[in-house]
Design a protein around this ligand. Structure first.
Ligand code: AGP
Length: 608
Protein backbone atom coordinates (compact mmCIF):
# COMPACT_ATOMS: atom_id res chain seq x y z
CA UNK A 1 0.00 0.00 0.00
CA UNK A 2 1.13 3.58 -0.60
CA UNK A 3 -0.49 6.96 -0.11
CA UNK A 4 -1.27 9.44 -2.88
CA UNK A 5 -2.38 13.08 -2.46
CA UNK A 6 -3.04 15.65 -5.18
CA UNK A 7 -4.32 19.24 -5.15
CA UNK A 8 -5.48 21.83 -7.66
CA UNK A 9 -6.81 25.22 -6.58
CA UNK A 10 -5.84 28.68 -5.33
CA UNK A 11 -3.72 27.58 -2.36
CA UNK A 12 -0.06 26.40 -2.26
CA UNK A 13 -0.35 22.72 -3.16
CA UNK A 14 2.34 21.74 -0.64
CA UNK A 15 0.21 23.03 2.24
CA UNK A 16 -2.41 20.41 1.42
CA UNK A 17 -0.19 17.62 0.12
CA UNK A 18 2.38 17.31 2.91
CA UNK A 19 -0.11 17.22 5.80
CA UNK A 20 -2.25 14.91 3.70
CA UNK A 21 0.67 12.51 3.28
CA UNK A 22 1.24 12.55 7.03
CA UNK A 23 -2.32 11.35 7.49
CA UNK A 24 -1.65 8.49 5.08
CA UNK A 25 1.51 7.22 6.75
CA UNK A 26 -0.45 4.16 7.93
CA UNK A 27 -0.42 3.23 4.23
CA UNK A 28 3.34 3.40 3.95
CA UNK A 29 6.22 5.40 5.28
CA UNK A 30 9.54 4.27 3.86
CA UNK A 31 9.97 7.27 1.54
CA UNK A 32 7.98 10.30 0.40
CA UNK A 33 7.95 12.97 -2.26
CA UNK A 34 6.09 15.84 -3.90
CA UNK A 35 5.96 17.31 -7.40
CA UNK A 36 4.48 20.74 -8.19
CA UNK A 37 3.99 22.73 -11.35
CA UNK A 38 6.08 25.90 -11.19
CA UNK A 39 5.33 27.94 -14.32
CA UNK A 40 5.97 25.66 -17.27
CA UNK A 41 8.05 23.04 -15.50
CA UNK A 42 7.69 20.40 -12.80
CA UNK A 43 9.85 20.51 -9.69
CA UNK A 44 10.11 17.63 -7.25
CA UNK A 45 11.47 16.93 -3.80
CA UNK A 46 11.83 13.38 -2.53
CA UNK A 47 13.38 11.77 0.53
CA UNK A 48 13.88 8.26 1.89
CA UNK A 49 12.40 7.78 5.32
CA UNK A 50 9.34 9.30 6.89
CA UNK A 51 7.61 12.46 5.82
CA UNK A 52 9.51 14.46 8.39
CA UNK A 53 12.56 14.08 6.16
CA UNK A 54 10.62 15.48 3.20
CA UNK A 55 9.35 18.40 5.26
CA UNK A 56 12.89 19.25 6.28
CA UNK A 57 14.06 19.10 2.65
CA UNK A 58 11.21 21.35 1.43
CA UNK A 59 12.26 24.00 3.91
CA UNK A 60 9.78 26.68 2.86
CA UNK A 61 10.07 26.08 -0.91
CA UNK A 62 7.23 25.36 -3.38
CA UNK A 63 5.02 28.03 -1.78
CA UNK A 64 3.81 29.51 -5.09
CA UNK A 65 2.79 26.36 -6.92
CA UNK A 66 -0.93 25.57 -6.74
CA UNK A 67 -0.99 22.26 -8.63
CA UNK A 68 0.82 19.28 -7.19
CA UNK A 69 0.91 15.58 -6.37
CA UNK A 70 2.58 13.74 -3.51
CA UNK A 71 3.26 10.20 -2.35
CA UNK A 72 4.25 8.23 0.73
CA UNK A 73 5.65 4.83 -0.18
CA UNK A 74 5.45 1.24 1.02
CA UNK A 75 8.05 -0.36 -1.23
CA UNK A 76 7.13 -3.36 -3.34
CA UNK A 77 9.56 -2.96 -6.27
CA UNK A 78 12.94 -1.44 -5.53
CA UNK A 79 14.39 -0.59 -2.12
CA UNK A 80 13.04 2.39 -0.15
CA UNK A 81 15.64 4.91 -1.31
CA UNK A 82 15.34 8.50 -2.55
CA UNK A 83 16.01 7.21 -6.07
CA UNK A 84 12.89 5.07 -5.87
CA UNK A 85 10.71 7.56 -4.03
CA UNK A 86 7.71 8.91 -5.94
CA UNK A 87 6.82 11.11 -7.79
CA UNK A 88 8.56 9.73 -10.83
CA UNK A 89 9.22 11.89 -13.88
CA UNK A 90 8.63 10.81 -17.46
CA UNK A 91 10.36 11.82 -20.67
CA UNK A 92 12.56 14.84 -20.04
CA UNK A 93 10.70 15.77 -16.89
CA UNK A 94 7.49 17.04 -18.47
CA UNK A 95 5.39 14.36 -16.75
CA UNK A 96 5.11 13.47 -13.04
CA UNK A 97 3.36 10.37 -11.71
CA UNK A 98 2.55 8.98 -8.27
CA UNK A 99 1.25 5.41 -8.07
CA UNK A 100 -0.15 2.93 -5.58
CA UNK A 101 -0.21 -0.71 -6.70
CA UNK A 102 1.80 -3.22 -8.68
CA UNK A 103 2.33 -3.14 -12.47
CA UNK A 104 2.61 -6.81 -13.40
CA UNK A 105 3.89 -6.22 -16.94
CA UNK A 106 6.34 -3.49 -15.96
CA UNK A 107 9.37 -5.42 -17.25
CA UNK A 108 8.07 -5.74 -20.82
CA UNK A 109 6.83 -2.15 -20.88
CA UNK A 110 10.20 -0.96 -19.56
CA UNK A 111 12.03 -2.88 -22.29
CA UNK A 112 9.84 -1.26 -24.96
CA UNK A 113 10.43 2.22 -23.56
CA UNK A 114 14.18 1.72 -23.26
CA UNK A 115 14.21 0.59 -26.88
CA UNK A 116 12.41 3.85 -27.74
CA UNK A 117 15.20 5.75 -26.01
CA UNK A 118 13.64 6.53 -22.66
CA UNK A 119 16.13 6.69 -19.80
CA UNK A 120 15.12 5.10 -16.52
CA UNK A 121 16.34 6.58 -13.26
CA UNK A 122 14.78 4.21 -10.72
CA UNK A 123 14.19 0.51 -9.96
CA UNK A 124 10.44 0.95 -9.66
CA UNK A 125 7.58 -0.36 -11.74
CA UNK A 126 5.96 3.09 -11.45
CA UNK A 127 8.49 4.90 -13.61
CA UNK A 128 7.18 2.92 -16.56
CA UNK A 129 3.88 4.78 -16.23
CA UNK A 130 5.58 8.18 -16.31
CA UNK A 131 7.47 7.41 -19.51
CA UNK A 132 4.41 5.84 -21.12
CA UNK A 133 2.49 9.07 -20.55
CA UNK A 134 5.44 11.06 -21.90
CA UNK A 135 5.50 8.86 -25.00
CA UNK A 136 1.86 9.77 -25.64
CA UNK A 137 2.51 13.51 -25.76
CA UNK A 138 0.44 13.89 -28.92
CA UNK A 139 -2.76 13.35 -26.94
CA UNK A 140 -4.57 15.27 -24.21
CA UNK A 141 -3.33 14.11 -20.82
CA UNK A 142 -6.61 12.37 -20.00
CA UNK A 143 -6.47 10.32 -23.20
CA UNK A 144 -2.82 9.48 -22.60
CA UNK A 145 -3.70 8.17 -19.13
CA UNK A 146 -6.59 6.17 -20.56
CA UNK A 147 -4.19 4.51 -23.00
CA UNK A 148 -1.73 3.78 -20.18
CA UNK A 149 -4.54 2.20 -18.18
CA UNK A 150 -5.31 -0.02 -21.15
CA UNK A 151 -1.68 -1.14 -21.49
CA UNK A 152 -0.64 -1.53 -17.85
CA UNK A 153 -1.62 -4.81 -16.18
CA UNK A 154 -2.07 -5.12 -12.44
CA UNK A 155 -3.24 -2.87 -9.63
CA UNK A 156 -2.86 0.84 -10.00
CA UNK A 157 -4.12 4.08 -8.60
CA UNK A 158 -2.31 6.98 -10.24
CA UNK A 159 -2.23 10.77 -10.28
CA UNK A 160 -0.48 12.44 -13.21
CA UNK A 161 0.58 15.99 -14.12
CA UNK A 162 2.03 17.26 -17.40
CA UNK A 163 3.63 20.65 -18.01
CA UNK A 164 1.51 21.44 -21.07
CA UNK A 165 -1.73 21.18 -19.03
CA UNK A 166 -1.26 23.47 -16.03
CA UNK A 167 -3.99 23.30 -13.40
CA UNK A 168 -4.89 19.74 -14.36
CA UNK A 169 -4.34 16.47 -12.54
CA UNK A 170 -5.51 13.27 -14.20
CA UNK A 171 -6.16 10.38 -11.83
CA UNK A 172 -7.16 6.77 -12.51
CA UNK A 173 -7.54 3.47 -10.67
CA UNK A 174 -7.79 -0.26 -11.07
CA UNK A 175 -7.70 -2.43 -7.94
CA UNK A 176 -6.15 0.23 -5.68
CA UNK A 177 -8.30 2.80 -3.87
CA UNK A 178 -8.71 6.37 -5.09
CA UNK A 179 -11.01 9.13 -3.89
CA UNK A 180 -11.60 12.66 -5.16
CA UNK A 181 -12.52 15.65 -3.00
CA UNK A 182 -14.53 18.57 -4.32
CA UNK A 183 -14.07 21.95 -2.64
CA UNK A 184 -14.99 25.55 -3.35
CA UNK A 185 -12.80 26.44 -6.31
CA UNK A 186 -10.41 23.60 -5.56
CA UNK A 187 -10.25 19.84 -5.90
CA UNK A 188 -8.31 16.99 -4.34
CA UNK A 189 -7.10 13.46 -5.13
CA UNK A 190 -6.20 10.91 -2.44
CA UNK A 191 -5.75 7.21 -1.79
CA UNK A 192 -7.96 7.54 1.25
CA UNK A 193 -10.23 10.15 2.80
CA UNK A 194 -8.13 11.05 5.88
CA UNK A 195 -5.70 12.89 3.61
CA UNK A 196 -8.26 15.50 2.52
CA UNK A 197 -11.06 15.30 5.09
CA UNK A 198 -10.09 18.59 6.74
CA UNK A 199 -10.57 20.41 3.42
CA UNK A 200 -13.79 18.89 2.16
CA UNK A 201 -16.43 16.32 3.02
CA UNK A 202 -17.70 16.08 -0.55
CA UNK A 203 -16.08 12.87 -1.78
CA UNK A 204 -16.25 11.04 -5.09
CA UNK A 205 -15.08 7.44 -4.99
CA UNK A 206 -13.51 6.51 -8.34
CA UNK A 207 -14.52 3.12 -9.72
CA UNK A 208 -12.15 0.64 -11.36
CA UNK A 209 -11.05 1.50 -14.89
CA UNK A 210 -12.21 5.07 -14.57
CA UNK A 211 -10.17 8.19 -15.28
CA UNK A 212 -10.77 11.51 -13.50
CA UNK A 213 -9.89 14.97 -14.81
CA UNK A 214 -9.34 17.13 -11.72
CA UNK A 215 -9.25 20.93 -11.93
CA UNK A 216 -10.11 23.83 -9.63
CA UNK A 217 -13.53 23.89 -11.29
CA UNK A 218 -14.27 20.33 -10.19
CA UNK A 219 -13.91 16.76 -11.39
CA UNK A 220 -15.03 14.90 -14.50
CA UNK A 221 -14.90 11.10 -14.50
CA UNK A 222 -14.81 9.01 -17.67
CA UNK A 223 -14.46 5.36 -18.56
CA UNK A 224 -11.48 4.09 -20.55
CA UNK A 225 -13.25 4.99 -23.78
CA UNK A 226 -13.55 8.60 -22.71
CA UNK A 227 -17.29 8.49 -22.09
CA UNK A 228 -18.30 10.56 -19.06
CA UNK A 229 -19.64 8.37 -16.26
CA UNK A 230 -21.91 9.35 -13.44
CA UNK A 231 -19.78 9.96 -10.36
CA UNK A 232 -21.92 11.57 -7.66
CA UNK A 233 -20.22 13.04 -4.63
CA UNK A 234 -21.31 11.99 -1.18
CA UNK A 235 -20.97 13.89 2.06
CA UNK A 236 -18.79 12.04 4.55
CA UNK A 237 -19.40 12.60 8.25
CA UNK A 238 -16.47 10.56 9.58
CA UNK A 239 -14.03 12.22 11.96
CA UNK A 240 -10.34 11.96 11.08
CA UNK A 241 -9.56 8.99 13.32
CA UNK A 242 -12.51 7.03 11.98
CA UNK A 243 -11.38 7.79 8.45
CA UNK A 244 -7.82 6.55 9.12
CA UNK A 245 -9.38 3.28 10.24
CA UNK A 246 -11.58 3.20 7.17
CA UNK A 247 -14.64 3.47 9.34
CA UNK A 248 -13.63 0.46 11.45
CA UNK A 249 -13.25 0.93 15.21
CA UNK A 250 -9.70 -0.39 15.24
CA UNK A 251 -6.81 -0.94 12.88
CA UNK A 252 -6.90 -4.64 13.75
CA UNK A 253 -10.47 -4.99 12.48
CA UNK A 254 -9.65 -2.95 9.39
CA UNK A 255 -6.63 -5.15 8.71
CA UNK A 256 -8.67 -8.33 9.17
CA UNK A 257 -10.98 -7.00 6.47
CA UNK A 258 -8.03 -6.08 4.27
CA UNK A 259 -7.00 -9.74 4.06
CA UNK A 260 -8.59 -10.47 0.66
CA UNK A 261 -6.62 -7.54 -0.78
CA UNK A 262 -3.44 -8.68 0.99
CA UNK A 263 -3.84 -12.14 -0.59
CA UNK A 264 -4.60 -10.71 -4.05
CA UNK A 265 -1.63 -8.35 -3.92
CA UNK A 266 0.65 -11.12 -2.66
CA UNK A 267 -0.48 -13.41 -5.50
CA UNK A 268 -0.27 -10.72 -8.15
CA UNK A 269 2.09 -11.70 -10.96
CA UNK A 270 3.01 -14.99 -9.29
CA UNK A 271 0.45 -17.32 -10.90
CA UNK A 272 0.68 -17.54 -14.67
CA UNK A 273 -2.34 -18.22 -16.94
CA UNK A 274 -1.00 -21.74 -17.60
CA UNK A 275 -1.41 -22.48 -13.88
CA UNK A 276 2.26 -22.43 -12.98
CA UNK A 277 3.86 -20.62 -10.06
CA UNK A 278 6.17 -17.77 -11.11
CA UNK A 279 8.67 -16.61 -8.48
CA UNK A 280 11.21 -14.66 -10.55
CA UNK A 281 12.61 -13.16 -7.35
CA UNK A 282 13.98 -16.58 -6.35
CA UNK A 283 17.14 -17.83 -8.14
CA UNK A 284 15.97 -21.37 -7.43
CA UNK A 285 14.83 -22.59 -10.80
CA UNK A 286 15.68 -26.10 -12.02
CA UNK A 287 18.97 -27.45 -10.67
CA UNK A 288 19.11 -24.98 -7.78
CA UNK A 289 15.80 -26.26 -6.45
CA UNK A 290 16.99 -29.84 -6.93
CA UNK A 291 20.22 -29.17 -5.04
CA UNK A 292 18.48 -29.06 -1.65
CA UNK A 293 18.14 -32.16 0.49
CA UNK A 294 16.66 -30.55 3.61
CA UNK A 295 14.65 -27.51 4.64
CA UNK A 296 14.43 -25.59 7.90
CA UNK A 297 11.84 -22.91 8.58
CA UNK A 298 12.57 -20.54 11.46
CA UNK A 299 10.36 -17.81 12.95
CA UNK A 300 8.73 -16.43 16.08
CA UNK A 301 5.14 -15.97 17.25
CA UNK A 302 2.54 -15.79 14.54
CA UNK A 303 5.21 -16.21 11.89
CA UNK A 304 6.13 -19.53 13.53
CA UNK A 305 2.55 -20.64 13.03
CA UNK A 306 2.98 -19.87 9.33
CA UNK A 307 6.08 -22.09 9.51
CA UNK A 308 3.91 -24.88 10.95
CA UNK A 309 1.76 -24.74 7.83
CA UNK A 310 4.81 -24.43 5.56
CA UNK A 311 6.20 -27.69 6.93
CA UNK A 312 3.14 -29.60 5.72
CA UNK A 313 3.07 -27.89 2.32
CA UNK A 314 6.79 -28.18 1.54
CA UNK A 315 7.03 -31.81 2.70
CA UNK A 316 3.85 -32.82 0.90
CA UNK A 317 4.67 -31.21 -2.43
CA UNK A 318 8.49 -31.51 -2.58
CA UNK A 319 9.10 -34.63 -0.45
CA UNK A 320 11.98 -32.72 1.16
CA UNK A 321 12.30 -33.20 4.95
CA UNK A 322 11.37 -30.01 6.77
CA UNK A 323 12.24 -29.02 10.33
CA UNK A 324 10.62 -25.98 11.90
CA UNK A 325 12.21 -24.13 14.79
CA UNK A 326 11.31 -21.33 17.13
CA UNK A 327 14.00 -18.87 16.05
CA UNK A 328 15.24 -18.20 19.60
CA UNK A 329 16.01 -21.92 20.01
CA UNK A 330 17.33 -22.74 16.55
CA UNK A 331 21.01 -21.88 16.72
CA UNK A 332 21.51 -23.25 20.24
CA UNK A 333 20.64 -26.80 19.31
CA UNK A 334 23.54 -27.13 16.90
CA UNK A 335 21.35 -27.97 13.88
CA UNK A 336 22.85 -29.90 10.98
CA UNK A 337 23.16 -27.46 8.08
CA UNK A 338 25.23 -27.36 4.92
CA UNK A 339 25.19 -26.00 1.37
CA UNK A 340 22.37 -28.39 0.49
CA UNK A 341 20.10 -26.92 3.16
CA UNK A 342 17.40 -24.39 2.42
CA UNK A 343 16.52 -22.18 5.40
CA UNK A 344 13.38 -20.04 5.24
CA UNK A 345 13.24 -17.18 7.74
CA UNK A 346 9.74 -15.72 8.23
CA UNK A 347 9.32 -12.28 9.75
CA UNK A 348 6.63 -9.79 8.79
CA UNK A 349 8.67 -6.90 10.23
CA UNK A 350 11.97 -8.29 9.02
CA UNK A 351 13.51 -6.96 12.24
CA UNK A 352 12.80 -9.62 14.87
CA UNK A 353 16.13 -10.12 16.64
CA UNK A 354 15.71 -13.86 17.24
CA UNK A 355 14.83 -14.56 13.62
CA UNK A 356 17.63 -12.36 12.31
CA UNK A 357 20.11 -14.20 14.53
CA UNK A 358 18.79 -17.56 13.34
CA UNK A 359 19.02 -16.73 9.65
CA UNK A 360 22.48 -15.16 10.02
CA UNK A 361 23.63 -18.32 11.81
CA UNK A 362 22.19 -20.49 9.04
CA UNK A 363 23.92 -18.45 6.37
CA UNK A 364 27.22 -18.72 8.23
CA UNK A 365 26.78 -22.49 8.18
CA UNK A 366 26.55 -22.43 4.38
CA UNK A 367 22.77 -22.80 4.01
CA UNK A 368 20.80 -20.93 1.33
CA UNK A 369 18.54 -18.47 3.13
CA UNK A 370 15.21 -17.23 1.79
CA UNK A 371 13.49 -14.46 3.75
CA UNK A 372 9.69 -14.15 3.79
CA UNK A 373 8.87 -10.63 4.93
CA UNK A 374 6.44 -7.76 4.49
CA UNK A 375 9.00 -4.95 4.60
CA UNK A 376 11.13 -4.28 1.54
CA UNK A 377 14.82 -3.87 2.36
CA UNK A 378 14.28 -4.86 6.00
CA UNK A 379 17.20 -6.37 7.86
CA UNK A 380 16.15 -9.94 7.10
CA UNK A 381 15.69 -9.02 3.43
CA UNK A 382 19.19 -7.57 3.28
CA UNK A 383 20.73 -10.55 5.09
CA UNK A 384 19.07 -13.25 2.98
CA UNK A 385 20.22 -14.84 -0.26
CA UNK A 386 16.73 -14.27 -1.71
CA UNK A 387 13.49 -12.64 -0.56
CA UNK A 388 9.84 -13.49 -1.02
CA UNK A 389 7.78 -10.45 -0.11
CA UNK A 390 4.27 -10.53 1.18
CA UNK A 391 2.39 -7.46 0.01
CA UNK A 392 0.02 -6.68 2.85
CA UNK A 393 0.94 -3.04 3.25
CA UNK A 394 1.82 -1.70 6.70
CA UNK A 395 0.19 -3.54 9.58
CA UNK A 396 -0.55 -1.11 12.41
CA UNK A 397 -2.27 -3.46 14.86
CA UNK A 398 0.24 -5.22 17.11
CA UNK A 399 -1.55 -8.53 16.57
CA UNK A 400 -0.56 -9.93 13.20
CA UNK A 401 -3.52 -10.68 10.93
CA UNK A 402 -3.23 -9.73 7.25
CA UNK A 403 0.55 -10.29 7.29
CA UNK A 404 -0.02 -13.81 8.61
CA UNK A 405 -2.53 -14.75 5.96
CA UNK A 406 -0.21 -13.34 3.29
CA UNK A 407 2.65 -15.42 4.75
CA UNK A 408 0.52 -18.56 4.44
CA UNK A 409 -0.20 -17.81 0.80
CA UNK A 410 3.36 -16.96 -0.18
CA UNK A 411 4.69 -20.06 1.61
CA UNK A 412 2.24 -22.19 -0.36
CA UNK A 413 3.61 -20.59 -3.51
CA UNK A 414 7.17 -21.35 -2.35
CA UNK A 415 6.29 -25.00 -1.72
CA UNK A 416 4.61 -25.34 -5.10
CA UNK A 417 7.43 -23.53 -6.88
CA UNK A 418 10.02 -25.90 -5.40
CA UNK A 419 7.83 -28.89 -6.29
CA UNK A 420 7.38 -27.54 -9.82
CA UNK A 421 11.14 -27.09 -10.27
CA UNK A 422 11.95 -30.46 -8.70
CA UNK A 423 9.24 -32.20 -10.70
CA UNK A 424 7.94 -33.80 -7.50
CA UNK A 425 4.26 -33.33 -8.36
CA UNK A 426 2.49 -33.34 -11.71
CA UNK A 427 1.79 -30.18 -13.68
CA UNK A 428 -1.89 -31.06 -13.50
CA UNK A 429 -1.81 -31.22 -9.72
CA UNK A 430 -0.06 -27.86 -9.60
CA UNK A 431 -2.75 -26.36 -11.84
CA UNK A 432 -5.43 -27.66 -9.48
CA UNK A 433 -3.69 -26.24 -6.44
CA UNK A 434 -3.09 -22.90 -8.14
CA UNK A 435 -6.79 -22.72 -8.97
CA UNK A 436 -7.62 -23.37 -5.32
CA UNK A 437 -5.18 -20.66 -4.22
CA UNK A 438 -6.70 -18.21 -6.69
CA UNK A 439 -10.10 -18.73 -5.08
CA UNK A 440 -8.88 -17.88 -1.57
CA UNK A 441 -9.47 -14.07 -1.65
CA UNK A 442 -13.10 -14.54 -2.61
CA UNK A 443 -13.56 -17.25 0.00
CA UNK A 444 -12.08 -15.03 2.70
CA UNK A 445 -14.45 -12.25 1.55
CA UNK A 446 -17.36 -14.64 1.94
CA UNK A 447 -16.30 -15.46 5.52
CA UNK A 448 -15.83 -11.77 6.34
CA UNK A 449 -19.34 -11.16 5.09
CA UNK A 450 -20.50 -13.19 8.10
CA UNK A 451 -18.36 -11.31 10.63
CA UNK A 452 -21.36 -10.42 12.83
CA UNK A 453 -21.94 -14.18 13.35
CA UNK A 454 -18.67 -14.30 15.29
CA UNK A 455 -19.49 -11.20 17.33
CA UNK A 456 -22.63 -12.89 18.64
CA UNK A 457 -20.61 -15.99 19.50
CA UNK A 458 -17.96 -13.98 21.36
CA UNK A 459 -20.59 -12.43 23.63
CA UNK A 460 -21.29 -15.87 25.11
CA UNK A 461 -17.69 -16.25 26.21
CA UNK A 462 -16.85 -12.77 27.43
CA UNK A 463 -16.11 -14.03 30.94
CA UNK A 464 -14.55 -17.38 30.08
CA UNK A 465 -10.85 -17.53 30.90
CA UNK A 466 -10.01 -21.06 29.90
CA UNK A 467 -9.76 -21.91 26.22
CA UNK A 468 -8.15 -24.78 24.36
CA UNK A 469 -7.56 -24.58 20.62
CA UNK A 470 -7.14 -28.01 19.08
CA UNK A 471 -6.29 -29.25 15.63
CA UNK A 472 -4.72 -32.16 13.78
CA UNK A 473 -2.35 -32.09 10.88
CA UNK A 474 -2.04 -28.74 9.18
CA UNK A 475 -4.92 -27.44 11.32
CA UNK A 476 -2.47 -27.38 14.24
CA UNK A 477 -1.13 -24.18 12.64
CA UNK A 478 -4.60 -22.65 12.59
CA UNK A 479 -5.35 -23.69 16.16
CA UNK A 480 -2.00 -22.38 17.41
CA UNK A 481 -2.58 -19.02 15.75
CA UNK A 482 -6.12 -18.83 17.11
CA UNK A 483 -4.84 -19.41 20.63
CA UNK A 484 -2.15 -16.76 20.29
CA UNK A 485 -4.57 -14.17 18.91
CA UNK A 486 -6.95 -14.68 21.82
CA UNK A 487 -4.12 -14.64 24.39
CA UNK A 488 -2.43 -11.53 23.14
CA UNK A 489 -5.44 -9.23 22.79
CA UNK A 490 -7.98 -10.52 25.38
CA UNK A 491 -5.45 -11.79 27.98
CA UNK A 492 -7.53 -14.99 28.38
CA UNK A 493 -5.76 -18.29 29.03
CA UNK A 494 -5.76 -19.93 25.61
CA UNK A 495 -3.69 -23.05 25.01
CA UNK A 496 -3.03 -24.77 21.71
CA UNK A 497 -2.58 -28.55 21.56
CA UNK A 498 -2.56 -31.16 18.84
CA UNK A 499 -5.96 -32.77 19.43
CA UNK A 500 -4.48 -36.24 19.74
CA UNK A 501 -2.20 -35.08 22.54
CA UNK A 502 -4.94 -34.07 24.99
CA UNK A 503 -5.36 -37.57 26.41
CA UNK A 504 -1.68 -37.56 27.43
CA UNK A 505 -2.24 -35.09 30.26
CA UNK A 506 -3.93 -31.80 29.32
CA UNK A 507 -7.36 -33.45 29.34
CA UNK A 508 -7.11 -33.30 33.13
CA UNK A 509 -7.89 -29.59 32.78
CA UNK A 510 -11.14 -30.10 30.90
CA UNK A 511 -14.36 -29.34 32.75
CA UNK A 512 -17.51 -27.27 32.30
CA UNK A 513 -15.55 -24.03 32.74
CA UNK A 514 -13.52 -24.65 29.59
CA UNK A 515 -14.26 -23.74 25.98
CA UNK A 516 -12.61 -25.99 23.43
CA UNK A 517 -12.23 -24.70 19.88
CA UNK A 518 -11.68 -27.49 17.38
CA UNK A 519 -10.35 -26.63 13.94
CA UNK A 520 -11.60 -29.60 11.92
CA UNK A 521 -11.85 -29.03 8.16
CA UNK A 522 -12.69 -31.93 5.88
CA UNK A 523 -9.55 -34.01 5.38
CA UNK A 524 -7.73 -37.20 6.21
CA UNK A 525 -7.82 -36.58 9.96
CA UNK A 526 -11.41 -35.38 10.20
CA UNK A 527 -12.79 -38.50 11.91
CA UNK A 528 -9.96 -38.71 14.41
CA UNK A 529 -10.29 -35.03 15.28
CA UNK A 530 -14.03 -35.40 15.83
CA UNK A 531 -13.31 -38.34 18.13
CA UNK A 532 -10.99 -36.09 20.14
CA UNK A 533 -13.79 -33.55 20.42
CA UNK A 534 -16.07 -36.30 21.76
CA UNK A 535 -13.54 -36.71 24.58
CA UNK A 536 -13.85 -32.99 25.33
CA UNK A 537 -17.61 -33.00 25.35
CA UNK A 538 -17.65 -36.09 27.55
CA UNK A 539 -15.94 -33.92 30.16
CA UNK A 540 -18.48 -31.09 29.84
CA UNK A 541 -16.38 -28.67 27.83
CA UNK A 542 -18.25 -26.19 25.65
CA UNK A 543 -17.22 -26.76 22.06
CA UNK A 544 -16.86 -24.50 19.05
CA UNK A 545 -15.97 -26.39 15.88
CA UNK A 546 -14.59 -24.74 12.75
CA UNK A 547 -15.85 -27.05 10.02
CA UNK A 548 -16.26 -27.27 6.26
CA UNK A 549 -19.62 -26.46 4.68
CA UNK A 550 -21.86 -29.53 4.79
CA UNK A 551 -20.17 -31.21 7.74
CA UNK A 552 -23.36 -32.25 9.54
CA UNK A 553 -21.50 -34.92 11.53
CA UNK A 554 -19.23 -32.28 13.01
CA UNK A 555 -22.12 -29.95 13.70
CA UNK A 556 -23.84 -32.60 15.81
CA UNK A 557 -20.79 -32.62 18.05
CA UNK A 558 -20.58 -28.88 18.43
CA UNK A 559 -22.27 -26.57 20.87
CA UNK A 560 -21.46 -23.95 18.26
CA UNK A 561 -20.03 -24.37 14.78
CA UNK A 562 -18.61 -22.17 12.06
CA UNK A 563 -18.89 -23.53 8.54
CA UNK A 564 -16.25 -22.50 6.01
CA UNK A 565 -15.99 -22.90 2.23
CA UNK A 566 -14.27 -26.05 1.02
CA UNK A 567 -10.64 -25.76 -0.12
CA UNK A 568 -7.56 -27.96 -0.42
CA UNK A 569 -6.78 -29.37 3.03
CA UNK A 570 -3.31 -27.79 3.14
CA UNK A 571 -4.84 -24.40 2.30
CA UNK A 572 -7.44 -24.61 5.05
CA UNK A 573 -5.46 -22.47 7.57
CA UNK A 574 -5.96 -19.49 5.24
CA UNK A 575 -9.73 -19.73 5.73
CA UNK A 576 -9.78 -21.21 9.24
CA UNK A 577 -7.81 -18.41 10.85
CA UNK A 578 -10.30 -15.69 9.85
CA UNK A 579 -13.15 -16.59 12.25
CA UNK A 580 -10.60 -17.13 15.02
CA UNK A 581 -9.17 -13.63 14.46
CA UNK A 582 -12.67 -12.16 14.62
CA UNK A 583 -13.63 -14.24 17.67
CA UNK A 584 -10.52 -12.99 19.49
CA UNK A 585 -11.20 -9.43 18.40
CA UNK A 586 -14.80 -9.42 19.66
CA UNK A 587 -13.96 -11.13 22.98
CA UNK A 588 -11.24 -8.53 23.59
CA UNK A 589 -13.54 -5.65 22.59
CA UNK A 590 -16.21 -7.03 24.91
CA UNK A 591 -13.65 -6.77 27.68
CA UNK A 592 -13.00 -3.12 26.81
CA UNK A 593 -9.37 -3.76 25.86
CA UNK A 594 -7.19 -1.89 23.38
CA UNK A 595 -6.88 -4.47 20.61
CA UNK A 596 -4.44 -2.36 18.57
CA UNK A 597 -2.00 -1.90 21.45
CA UNK A 598 -2.25 -4.92 23.82
CA UNK A 599 -0.40 -4.66 27.13
CA UNK A 600 3.24 -5.83 27.33
CA UNK A 601 3.53 -6.28 23.54
CA UNK A 602 5.41 -4.46 20.78
CA UNK A 603 4.80 -4.69 17.07
CA UNK A 604 8.43 -5.61 16.50
CA UNK A 605 10.60 -7.45 19.03
CA UNK A 606 14.10 -6.22 18.32
CA UNK A 607 15.66 -7.73 21.44
CA UNK A 608 16.59 -11.38 21.99
C1 AGP B 1 1.75 -11.82 16.54
O1 AGP B 1 0.41 -11.34 16.63
C2 AGP B 1 2.66 -11.09 17.47
N1 AGP B 1 2.59 -9.69 17.21
C3 AGP B 1 4.07 -11.67 17.50
O2 AGP B 1 3.98 -13.00 17.92
C4 AGP B 1 4.82 -11.66 16.15
O3 AGP B 1 4.23 -12.55 15.27
C5 AGP B 1 6.27 -12.10 16.40
O4 AGP B 1 6.87 -11.17 17.28
C6 AGP B 1 7.09 -12.21 15.11
O5 AGP B 1 7.12 -10.97 14.47
P1 AGP B 1 7.74 -10.90 12.99
O6 AGP B 1 6.82 -11.66 12.11
O7 AGP B 1 7.77 -9.44 12.67
O8 AGP B 1 9.10 -11.51 13.03
Amino acid sequence: MCGIVGYVGPRPARDIIVPGLERLEYRGYDSAGIAVLEGDHIVTERRAGRIEALKGALNGRFTDATTGIGHTRWATHGPPTERNAHPHLGGKGEVAVVHNGIIENHASLRAELVAEGFEFRSDTDTEVLAHLVAALDDRPLAEAVREVMRRAEGALAVAVMRTDEPGVIVAARRGSPLVLGVGDGEAFVASDMPAILEHTREMVVVDDDCVAIVTADGVIVTDLDGAVVDAPSRTVDWDLEAAEKGGFDDFMLKEIHEQPTAIRDTLRGRLDPAGRVVLDELPLGGRAARSFDKVFVVACGTSYHAAMMAKYAIERWTRLPVEIDIASEFRYRDPVLDEHTLVVGISQSGETADTLAATRYAKAQGAFVVAVTNVVDSSIARDADAVLYTRSGPEIGVAATKTFIAQLVVLQLLALFLAQERGSISAGRIVGLVEAIDKLPGQVEEILGRANEFEALAEKWQDVNDFFFLGRGVSCATAAEGALKLKEISYARAEYYPAGEMKHGPIALIDDEVVVVGVIPQGDLHAKALANMEEMRARDASTLLVLTDGDTEGQELADHSILLPRTEELLSPVLGVVPLQLLSYWIAKGRGLDVDKPRNLAKTVTVE
